[in-house]
Design a protein around this ligand. Structure first.
Ligand SMILES: *[C@@H]1O[C@H](CO)[C@@H](O)[C@H](O)[C@H]1NC(C)=O
Ligand SMILES: *[C@@H]1O[C@H](CO)[C@@H](O)[C@H](O)[C@H]1NC(C)=O
Length: 205
């Protein structure tokens, strides 16, 4: 091996190692194999989540619906840096713009098609029309959305997260379903208070 080849191989190895390090960046490392409830004796059922079985028996929902398996629903995920969400989209339904503050999202379209997109920190929009079998990555912490624009077909997707608790900040509800001052919102959106109140009405029961 020439010294320049050796150098290239070494550089590649260092680069690959850096990628592995980056990929491993997830929830904080735990100092035990897993985190079990204090004083309990556990078995395989602690590591099993059956909450998705309803997908086999239930009819598709009438509105956009998410089934989650994060550490809240599935405590064995605590400390393991992974979780799932199953997304069901009737025709014309949308998963409104939102953010997962603690994780990227790797979406896999299992049935139907989806229009997806995210906006980066330079306000650049990246969109794509996904077909069944496609995967799309939403980078961590960026505003993103999914839409089933197909007039006839239901869409179904599975999302994997690199955190047991990716978190969800819904843009519409964060702004219009909390008690942020109407005047402040009107100024921020360069509109009037009446318009803000009308937007807020859409969220009241
Ligand atoms: C495993 O643990 C669950 C929950 O504590 C319990 O209901 C079940 O009987 C246990 N199974 C076995 C084989 O011990
Ligand atoms: C608005 O917030 C309330 C209280 O947190 C919640 O119960 C309700 O479901 C929200 N409405 C919508 C449309 O998200």
């Amino acid at each position: 091996m020439s010294s320049s080849t050796t150098f290239k191989v070494l550089s590649l190895m260092i680069y690959a190692f850096a990628i592995v390090e980056t990929t491993m960046a997830g929830d904080p490392d735990i100092l035990t194999d897993f985190i079990a409830p204090e004083g309990s004796s556990i078995n395989g059922s602690f590591f099993t989540f059956t909450g998705m079985r309803v997908l086999i028996t239930e009819q598709p929902p009438p509105t956009f619906h998410v089934l989650k398996a994060t550490r809240k629903e599935f405590p064995a995920l605590d400390g393991q840096s992974v979780s799932y969400a199953v997304l069901e989209f009737p025709t014309g339904s949308v998963n409104p713009p939102h953010v997962h503050p603690r994780s990227a999202e790797l979406l896999f379209v299992v049935q139907g098609s989806l229009q997806v997109g995210f906006v980066d920190t330079n306000n650049k929009l990246f969109t794509q029309d996904l077909q069944t079998g496609d995967l799309f990555i939403f980078p961590k912490g960026l505003v993103h959305f999914q839409f089933n624009s197909d007039a006839k077909n239901y869409a179904f997707a599975i999302s994997a997260f690199g955190s047991a608790s990716p978190g969800l900040v819904s843009v519409p509800s964060t702004l219009f379903n909390t008690s942020i001052d109407d005047n402040l919102l009107a100024l921020s959106f360069k509109t009037d208070v009446a318009t803000i109140q009308s937007l807020k009405k859409g969220f009241s029961p």
